[in-house]
Design a protein around this ligand. Sequence first.
Ligand code: C2E
Ligand code: CA
Ligand code: CA
Length: 687
Amino acid sequence: MSSMKIGARLAVSFSVLLCLLFSVSTVSLLRFNDLASVTKSIVEVQVRRSFLAQEANQHAQSAANSLLNLLQTPMREQRIGLYAKMDAELASLDATMADATKTLLSDKDRSQVERLNVTRENYDEHFRETVEMIELEGLDHARNHYKENTQKALEALLKETSTLATSQQMRMNADLNRLKSAEASAQYTVILLSLCALIVGTVLAWLMTRSITVPIGTAVGVAESIALGDLNKAVPIGKGDEVGKLLRALEVMRNSIFTREEKILRLAYEDTLTGLPNRTRFLETFEQLPVNRAGAVAVLDIDRFALINNALGHDVGDLLLKEIGQRFSQMSGRHALVARLWGNEFAFLLEGVDKTGVSDFVESLLKLFQNPILLDGQRLDVSGTLGVAFYTQEATGGAMLLRKATLAMRNAKKRRASYAYADEINHEPTHEHLTLIGEMREALAKNEFIVHYQPKLNLALNKVTGVEALLRWMHPQKGLIPPFRFIPFAEQTGFIQEITPWLLEHVISQASDWYRTGLLVVPSINLSAYDLLNPDLVNYVRDLLTKYDLAPNHLCLEITESTLMEEPELALKHLNELSELGVKLSIDDYGSGQASLAYLKILPVNELKIDRAFITDIAETPKNAAIVRSTILLCHELGLSVVAEGAETAEEFTWLQENNSDMVQGYVVAKPMPLDIFLNWLPMNNF
Ligand code: C2E
Ligand code: CA
Ligand code: CA
């Protein structure tokens, strides 16, 4: 039954109940019909029979009484009236007897009626003889005859009628008894059937209720656990009925909620472009790691990504990120978790890895960029810069380590290094750094900072027309310290604001001397972001030019794209003021940052220095050659002169000559050198 649908189950149950009710009422009806027919026969037949029997008895008695009256009536005229009455009595007796003969039909009745008829005829005969004697032989004879014959016959007749009446009465009583017992049995049957119907109905109702409430209870339980978020419990397989359908619908609901939740989780924890974990997943994974373990967090930034995006389109940029993401996840495998933080930044979690392990990882990660990436049939030379932060006692949080690693990465970019460790830099000056700042201040006072000059060769004139001033620190113990070892630190600590003024005065005073001795070489000085945002810079430069009497166009200031990025509006304001002053301005390291050529239009610059990365092997690198060639053309269109930086070989030099670079600065011309060597070198290398 439980395999049937609920509707069918209800239909069956109600049909069974209806059948039971129908049979109870049919049986009751039949029984009561029986009772009615018995009652009818009692009422119609038996009562009539006993009534007829009694009536016959009464008529016989009345006739006998009339006869007795007759015997005592001596007057003939008086007797005539009695005859008539007597005849009527007898006629009534005959009619009653004829009726009884018709009504009483059983064998027993019939023999009784026959006997009654015989006694009646016998009485009739004696009665008539008595009557004849009254009229013919006188009352005495007649009385005697009556006593001897007629009275006996009358007694016999009366006996017979009363016997009949009694027997009919008895039969009626018997019928009544039968009726009573039939009634009792009908009652019993109806009660029994009703009881059966009640029991069957109750059992059916219980079974029905159970077969519906139990599975519905299960369904409710499942729905409640789904509501509480427990989606792992499978919904029991229901039967083919409506509740089964409900359970199947719940299972479908559970599955779709499960899939949707999975999707939401995926979206919350996964980077949709690369399919790698995102920053949130990275941080959560980090939080779940056991504390006090060795390891490091690394952040990698893809160099010049904005340039690639601008030049080749965002679709290619996306493909590139996907490809790089794939290479990273293949490489890091089980040892490290790789995530895409945002844009072109990726993060690596190097859990349980010691310093050697980390440096091996850094090496193999950077190796990934050695092979160019082929995308849409284009070869892309991509590089990345890494920052690494080790787990330390102070930096326990994932976000903190990511920040440290990102700072290290930025630092590496500034230094043009491919990677840097966070413990190499620190924004809060430590004791060691404070010592270093003190040392730098002392160095400045003791003139330990020296300037080397690197010539800029004008190709059209075949003459050195410019020179870049590059700072070095001649440390009494450590020897000559290159600028990348202390300039970034000086920039971070703000000490650069003491160095740059010193350098400006030093170089401007030199240039003034050269100018006066007829040496027309324009010196270039590198400005850092800090300098460019300094509100006193322009006035300071103006005062120096006046003090040393140097024409402003005999001084060039180099700025990098990243210098402009920090506070572009203020930087641009100062640049415009410097330009109005008449000082030459130059964009340094062009191509290493993320600025586009369009930017050049709004900058008041006179010169553009193409980064060494584009110049190295330019003759063999068609893509770089194309970029440099078109940059030169564009600069000339914009009225800028182009300096090719870092040319080391004759091939590079020739290529630059052939492609109309205005100037070349690089080892192929000369390395940076101290002032005296430079002043000697210049006339000897008579370009
Ligand atoms: P920069 O302004 O791009 O300077 C050019 C750098 O390229 C110099 O390194 C120079 O020695 C190097 N170089 C030039 N030709 C070649 C070549 O053919 N091959 C190779 N491999 N390198 C070449 P240096 O002197 O070590 O300076 C590094 C950076 O330090 C500079 O890059 C500049 O950003 C910064 N710097 C140097 N002096 C100063 C300064 O006085 N102030 C500021 N703010 N930064 C400075
Ligand atoms: Ca420079
Ligand atoms: Ca440069």
